[in-house]
Design a protein around this ligand. Sequence first.
Ligand code: SAH
Ligand code: CA
Length: 238
Amino acid sequence: MEHNTRKVSKGLLQNDELYRYILETSVYPREPELLKELRDATVSHPRAEMATAPDAGQLMTMLLRLVDAKKMIEVGVCTGYSLLLTALAIPEDGKKTLLLIVAIDVNREPYDQIGFPIIKKAGVEHKIDLIESEALPVLDKLLEQHENEGSFDFAFVDADKVNYWNYHERLMKVGGIAVYDNTLWGGSVVMPIVSTPEHMKPGRQYTIELNKLLAADTRVQISHASLGDGITICRRLY
Ligand code: SAH
Ligand code: CA
């Protein structure tokens, strides 16, 4: 039985019981043990609320397998729930020479302290190249090397909402499927501004703008899924 009720109440289905039902029936029983351990270890972290929701994570795993992702970018690591999930989903590179996951975060401390020991226990740390930096310059530098253009299979963005569109513009060149997290921002996208909690207002505004831009972006096919805190999946059309 799950005891992590903080996650449960975050559900966007405005019905905790139904969300709990989905998690307990279909998600938690399938969640790899070490991922569960990392989720539990993250609960005490001040930014625990930012972690990818397990139901959204389950869809991510599905997508990673469907596109047979081998080369990935992750923007926003924190303690590494989505990073471990990704590392577990992608195949072993026989030669272990290929860089598989380029993961970027301005602050690697939560990863080093909480995530890394568990990721090491899972035996997948060799798949990860963690870069401590603002994400935009790293993406720009990556794109300066032309062989990187179109060479990635998958990107997951879960960082500063103000830059999502900037990330999107870079990721369109990098290639592959791009997945954006928190695209319903706690349901605040439909809240009247006066009843939106102060700390959610900036994120609400950026998210509303991003959602409009993605919906109008003819380069991609999109799916805006109400899992976790909302995730938007973008597949390049050409
Ligand atoms: N995907 C993670 C949660 C990420 S939380 C999980 O599943 O647990 C958001 C992270 O984005 C934080 O760790 C924060 O340090 C990072 N971040 C914020 N702004 C950033 C920026 N400009 N560049 C890179 N990382 C950033
Ligand atoms: Ca998130």
